[in-house]
Design a protein around this ligand. Structure first.
Ligand code: ADP
Ligand code: MG
Length: 624
């Protein structure tokens, strides 16, 4: 069209589209759930706005918050339409031409190597998956604040936008028209679409309709069938005569009427999903499979992996709400990358079943950002702005309860894992599949999200002890496996007061440390902390179950009194004094007689409140 304005895609988008078009990825189905998910988002947005502005929905069909799918078999066009918020011209240019979010190039790279498009929705570029099945796409959109526009592109590096003067007015919302590729013909089959909607869009909170054909029986006069014969034999028989005959027979009521049934195809809107809010149901009645599917739809993760754990509960009292929390099977790629840049939580907030926001940082502390889930509250007000809601006093109560439930859920995950148990015999006896499934799940959790637990200990003083219970680490006695503080305490020697640990870059190096000599000889267990974050962690974790933590490379290590201590101190007094004087310029505070060594003649120890050698190293690497 000559009046169309032409635009070029941002280079990143072009690259992404090229990959999609040339992808040999076999599961092309995913485009449909991305489009439905976008339609659902757009409907959520308009519904949210309508809470404070009733006029915004308009009237008539415009008030119907639904999604419609239509097929044109002959032209091979698949259209998905919503009555959501729509897009202005500016929105079209911005949303369907540029990628705002970071991490996209990481995704592009990953896709180039793995070819797996399954997670595309998590990266905020799901729309472009339409080019898996279409070679030409039109997006017709009408926003309340603008005229109706058409965005179109053949994925050739450019798109065009025109004011829409030829399509039917949408009222409000968006219609995506996919001109399907030759080999994607299956997507105009009704059965295929029904199957896909069932599989991928079960938990969409708006009705999804398909303009579906229906075979109906219609009664037609039987004469019609042999009318050609009649026409051939007798021209004279008039319509009136026939009708008269029919009537006579009908009135007699004995002979069969001379009509017959014929199949005819009509079209009507067929509802494909039943809009169900899983979180409103009784947890006892929801199956594991339903939770898994619900998780997949929340997380936009269709990799078939089960969530590691979930918790579905109702909170009663001053603040009432229902919630479902999930521990994902894998940490998102950027979980710790963007930790300090205010990454939004993955919790969706609903108020009385109306979606409000998935960017409410007030619901969970940062360290629990890895959880997926949803909160639906009856206590929060519906008709206030997001800003007002963010300051509502109930949020504090909700947050507190969510943290409790989340930590309970993680503790249960550990308790149910047979690998976690000290009782080895029990482990071998029990071979039910349920146990098998739970085996090793806490290790899996720890490997993915252990860092979050550590960050929690640093940040959340209230729950520090609960979080410390969830800590896992290796030690001189863990035999290459992970162990916990409770297990450490159960192995403590009689008379041992402190929990011993040592920090460093890796276990192998620490195992050779002279600081361990005497301790291992005396059969004390020492924890290895090898993650840089552990140094910070131990500045916050002072004690556990009344036991103090003692860094064995620091001053203050007490391994029980030796009767010779005093004697030795006295006899080496001159030497230590001389040495202290000689090393004064090397920033050495003190020189002491010690009983911590057995083979090594001397070690450099850090003062109780100073940085450990490992911490020095970490700080140096950070300032470089
Ligand atoms: P995401 O949905 O993760 O933001 P997408 O690539 O799926 O990423 O969509 C990009 C953007 O395009 C959306 O954020 C939204 O602003 C806009 N968009 C897509 N589809 C629609 C629609 N049906 N109605 C309104 N806006 C839409
Ligand atoms: Mg999307």
């Amino acid at each position: 069209r000559s009046t169309a304005e032409k635009f070029e895609f941002q280079a990143e988008v072009s690259r992404l589209m090229d990959i999609i078009i040339n992808s040999l990825y076999s599961n092309k189905d995913i485009f449909l759930r991305e489009l439905i998910s976008n339609a659902s988002d757009a409907l959520d947005k308009i519904r949210f706005l309508s809470l404070t502005d009733k006029e915004i929905l308009g009237e008539g069909d415009n008030t119907k918050l639904e999604i419609q799918i239509k097929l044109d078999k002959e032209k091979k066009i698949l259209s998905i339409r919503d009555r959501g918020i729509g897009m202005t011209k500016e929105d079209l240019i911005k949303n369907l031409g540029t990628i705002a979010k970071s991490g996209t190039s990481a995704f592009v790279e990953k896709m180039q190597t793995s070819g797996d498009l399954n997670l595309i929705g998590q990266f905020g570029v799901g729309f472009y998956s339409v080019y898996l099945v279409a070679d030409y796409v039109e997006v017709i959109s009408k926003h309340n604040d603008d005229k109706q526009y058409v965005w179109e592109s053949k994925a050739d590096g450019a798109f065009a936008i025109s004011e829409d003067t030829w399509n039917e007015p949408l009222g409000r919302g968006t219609e995506i028209r996919l001109h399907l590729r030759e080999e994607a013909g299956e997507y105009v089959e009704e059965s295929k679409l029904k199957e896909l909607v069932k599989r991928y869009s079960e938990f969409i909170n708006f009705p999804i309709y398909l303009w579906a054909s229906k075979e109906v029986d219609v009664e037609v006069p039987a004469e019609d069938d042999d009318s050609s014969d009649e026409e051939a034999t007798s021209d004279s028989s008039s319509e009136e005569e026939k009708e008269d005959e029919e009537k006579e027979e009908d009135e007699e009521g004995e002979k069969k009427p001379k009509t017959k049934k014929v199949k005819e195809t009509t079209f009507e809107w067929e509802l494909l999903n039943d809009v169900k809010a899983i979180w409103l149901r009784n947890p006892k009645e929801v199956t594991e499979e339903e939770y898994t599917k619900f998780y997949h739809s929340l997380a936009k993760d269709f990799s078939d992996e089960k969530p590691l754990a979930w918790s579905h509960f109702t909170a009663e009292g001053d603040v009432e709400f229902k919630a479902v929390l999930f521990v994902p099977p894998k940490a998102p790629h950027d979980l710790y990358e963007s930790y300090y840049n205010a990454k939004k939580s993955n919790l969706k907030l609903y108020v009385r079943r109306v979606f409000i926001s998935d960017e409410f940082d007030e619901l969970l502390p940062k360290y629990l950002n890895f959880l997926m889930g949803l909160v639906d509250s009856d206590t929060l007000p519906l008709n206030v702005s997001r800003e007002m809601l963010q300051q509502h006093s109930s949020l504090k109560t909700i947050k507190k309860k969510l943290i409790r439930k989340a930590l309970d859920m993680i503790r249960r995950l550990a308790e149910e894992d047979p690998d976690e148990s000290n009782d080895k015999d029990k482990k071998d006896d029990d071979e039910s599949s349920d146990i098998d499934e739970k085996k090793g799940q806490y290790t899996k959790f720890w490997n993915e999200f252990g860092k979050s637990i550590k960050l929690g200990i640093i940040e959340d003083a209230t729950n520090r002890n609960r979080l410390a219970k969830l800590l896992r680490f290796e030690s001189t006695k863990s035999g290459g496996k992970l162990t916990s503080l409770d297990q450490y305490i159960s192995r403590m020697k009689s008379g041992q007061k402190d929990i011993f640990y040592i920090t460093g870059t890796n276990k192998e190096q620490l195992e050779k440390s002279p600081f361990l000599e005497r301790l291992t000889k005396k059969n004390y267990e020492v924890i290895f902390f090898t993650d840089p974050v552990d140094e910070y962690l131990m500045q916050y974790l002072m004690d556990y179950e009344d036991k103090k933590f003692q860094n064995v490379s620091k001053e203050g290590l007490k391994l029980g009194k030796d009767s010779k201590d005093k004697e030795l101190k006295e006899s080496f007094k001159e030497l230590t004094k001389w040495w202290k004087g000689a090393l004064a310029s090397e920033n050495v505070d003190d020189v002491k007689i010690s009983n911590r060594l057995s083979d090594t003649p001397c070690v450099v120890v850090t003062s109780k409140y100073g940085w450990s050698a490992n911490m020095e190293k970490i700080m140096q690497s950070q300032t470089l």
